[in-house]
Design a protein around this ligand. Structure first.
Ligand SMILES: [Zn+2]
Length: 214
């Protein structure tokens, strides 16, 4: 696990597959996504984990959620549309893979271990405000999965996009492996119009400043 300091209160955790973020309020940590399975102990060692927020139900984001919850007692938050998948009560939503994504999909998918199912303690939806980052707003941004969410910290200009946005060569690009690409593109526009100072994407480096023009 590689730890990258993004701002004094924000770190990115990079795993061999996938990545996650840790936001700090005093000594309380909020973990946004958890990478693949097997990283819970190292995440828990970073400090007092107060909550776990999952941006969507894919295995490379929820993989360490159950173990991290067990190790820390932190409640797991996810959108109500993806929560049944995370709990193992519903099948994974099937992505529609366009020809341009096929080679990447076939190459990457076998490298992602199956995630253990995890309880979801709090189902969230559009408009909810979570008690971290001086008010963390939940945005419902379907398209990558039906229950994809973004988390916006307006007081800090920080936006966590999950896989709705990625970065390539330093610029934001639409996410891949989506259940509904037209809806995803609407969601991408909505997110980039927020013009966050710190754009924290699901795959790739964060983008600092000027995301609307990018
Ligand atoms: Zn995903």
């Amino acid at each position: 696990m590689e730890i990258i300091d993004v701002t004094p209160r924000l770190r990115m955790l990079r795993f061999p597959v996938g990545q996650a973020y840790v936001w700090r309020d005093g000594d309380a940590l909020t973990v946004v996504d958890t990478g693949t399975a097997g990283h819970a102990d190292r995440i828990a060692a970073l400090g007092r984990v107060e909550r776990i927020v999952l941006t969507h139900c894919h295995d490379d984001h929820i993989g360490s959620a159950a173990a991290l919850r067990a190790a820390t007692g932190a409640p797991v938050h996810a959108h109500r549309a993806d929560a049944p998948v995370i709990r193992g009560e519903a099948p994974r939503p099937t992505p529609v893979i366009p020809p341009g994504e096929r080679e990447l999909f076939d190459r990457v998918t076998p490298t992602v271990p199956r995630a253990p199912r995890s309880p979801v303690d709090r189902e969230v939806e559009e408009g909810d405000v979570l008690d971290f980052g001086d008010g963390a707003r939940v945005l419902s941004i379907p398209g990558h999965t039906p229950g994809s969410i973004a988390i916006h910290l307006p007081a800090h200009g920080v936006l966590f996009t999950g896989d709705t946005v990625a970065t390539g060569e330093g610029a934001p690009i639409p996410g891949v492996f989506n259940t509904d690409r037209p809806r995803l593109l609407e969601s991408v526009r909505r997110l980039l119009d927020l013009d966050p100072a710190v754009l924290c994407v699901g795959h790739g480096d964060p983008v600092l400043g000027g995301t609307r023009s990018a």
